[in-house]
Write a protein that binds this ligand. Structure first.
Ligand SMILES: [Zn+2]
Ligand SMILES: [Zn+2]
Length: 493
């Protein structure tokens, strides 16, 4: 009994030792190198993270549902695709890192189940060069820093967004539902987005090498509110089913066919926009074309502005100061109107309301600006003896002129004395304030008049309310005189 127990124990311990050593060996081989790594966060602030060092010979990282940090550092050439299983994988491109991944796989970095974020360090000098795509199937891709070169940045076409907040992206295309560029530099040939393409900052250069295809293109809306956008291709900017909206930034869109094309409409209310159709049209839309602000230059070999459907009317206005528009020509018969209450001028002729065909034809090549409707606005009212300030503002575009124009003072103050009060025996009086009856300003404040100390006839003396010694003795004296008079009267009787 005892012997068997010992044998069992020994074999159990041996088994345990063997499995432990096997585990230790495998653990040592796969032991991740985790260390504290500095990076610059989404707000540009320095931070640190506990990051796993990515190595050229390891392919898989992370676990489902986790958020993990990784660092790509040093120089390396790898043939292994990096595959993560996290919900969120944060990569830090260390300063001076220069990694090249070359293989025949479709993707060189894959987020299999979540988002991929790329951060840089202080100098932003880390780089990652991929022979194939950077891709996540069920999350977003966000780039905050570093330089990434890849044939395509791709997220799920039905749900994923690619965000560029900083860094440099050199690619041929984006494949995602939405694309948002808010900073950094994007160099691409085209964009293939099922949803919306938005540029609010940074630099976007979308250049089709052979002008054979569309440069900056979205299936849905294309919105530019800032940054610098340069695009050229068969179409410079194109929304296949939505609208092109530009509210700011600088946009240069050149198409061998068309400059800017918005299927459902084009709206420009700010920024500087140059749309050139070297063979055909500058601006073309099947929906309303509304231009109410910014500097717009639309030139086409055939037409500058081409509303290509019934109801695709053109509305021009000047809602911003400094707005100016030049169109090489309009499609003959196009319905062109100037916004109600506003007038545009080419310096010679004025344009308002719905324009006649002759007026539309006459606009060709002219530069239109707001015909200002000036009115004065008072900054500070003039008063008596005090000048005011005013300036002129245009009711249409909000331009201003004649700033700090002096409004002369209305004249001298006309004063009156108020709050004057005579002193009584017991209460102080007041000389009164000198107040302007026009502006209400107090020119001079009055002075207190001390109480007289003499009781007024209708104010009988009262011992208790007169503690002053002089008052007491003068009263006593008056009383003695009265007593003396009474006594003499009594004696005379
Ligand atoms: Zn104006
Ligand atoms: Zn006054």
């Amino acid at each position: 009994m005892k012997k068997r127990w010992i044998q069992k124990s020994v074999s159990l311990i041996l088994c345990l030792l063997l499995s432990l050593s096997a585990f230790a060996l495998s653990a040592a081989a796969a032991e991740p190198n985790v260390k504290t790594v500095a990076y610059i966060d989404e707000n540009g602030e320095p931070q640190t993270a506990q990051a796993t060092v990515i190595t050229p010979d390891q392919t898989t990282y992370g676990a489902a549902g986790e958020t993990n940090w990784y660092v790509i550092e040093g120089e390396a050439e790898s043939s292994n695709t990096i595959m993560t299983f996290d919900a969120v994988s944060n990569f830090i491109l260390a300063d001076n890192a220069a990694w090249t991944i070359t293989n025949t796989a479709s993707f060189n970095i894959i987020g299999t189940a979540g988002s991929l974020n790329f951060f840089a360090q202080k100098n932003g000098s880390g780089s990652l060069t991929l022979s194939n795509r950077l891709f996540t199937d069920s999350g977003n891709v966000a780039i905050y820093g570093g330089t990434i070169t890849t044939p395509a940045v791709q997220a799920n076409m039905n749900s994923g967004t690619v965000f560029v907040y900083g860094g440099v992206i050199r690619t041929e295309s984006f494949y995602s539902k939405d694309l948002l560029v808010a900073g950094g530099e994007v160099h691409t040939q085209t964009t293939n987005c099922k949803g919306t393409v938005t540029v609010s900052g940074g630099t976007v250069e979308a250049l089709q090498p052979n002008n054979g295809y569309m440069a900056l293109i979205s299936e849905g809306d294309l919105v530019i509110s800032g940054g610098e956008v340069t695009s050229s291709g068969a179409f410079g900017l194109r929304s296949n089913t939505g609208s092109v909206t530009i509210t700011g930034g600088t946009v240069v869109a050149e198409g061998t066919s068309m400059g800017i094309s918005g299927r459902a409409g084009i709206s420009i209310s700010g920024g500087t926009v140059t749309a050139t159709g070297t063979n055909t049209m500058g601006l073309i839309s099947g929906g309303p074309i509304t231009i109410t602000g910014g500097t717009v230059n639309a030139t086409g070999r055939t037409f500058g502005v081409y509303p290509n459907a019934e109801g695709a009317v053109v509305t021009l206005g000047a809602d911003r100061p400094g707005s100016s528009y030049t169109f090489s020509s309009f499609l003959p018969g196009a319905v062109v109107s100037v916004k109600q209450g506003q007038t545009l001028t080419d310096g010679e002729a004025d344009y308002s309301g719905e324009l006649t065909d002759e007026q539309v034809a006459a606009l060709a090549g002219k530069t239109l600006v707001c015909k200002h409707a000036w009115s004065w606005v008072t900054d500070s009212e003039a008063g008596c003896g005090e000048a005011g300030v005013k300036h002129e503002v245009c009711a249409s575009c909000g331009a201003t002129q004649n700033k700090n124009t002096v409004i002369p003072a209305t004249g001298a103050h006309i004063t009156n004395i108020v709050n004057a009060k005579e002193a009584t025996a017991t209460e102080d009086g007041y000389t009164g304030d000198e107040v302007c009856t026009v502006c209400g300003q107090t020119i001079k404040t009055g002075e207190t008049i001390p109480a007289t100390g003499e009781p007024t006839p209708d104010e009988p003396a009262n011992e208790e309310s007169r503690p002053a010694k002089g008052d007491f003795f003068s009263k006593l004296f008056a009383w003695l005189i009265e007593l003396f008079r009474m006594f003499t009267r009594w004696v005379q009787k």
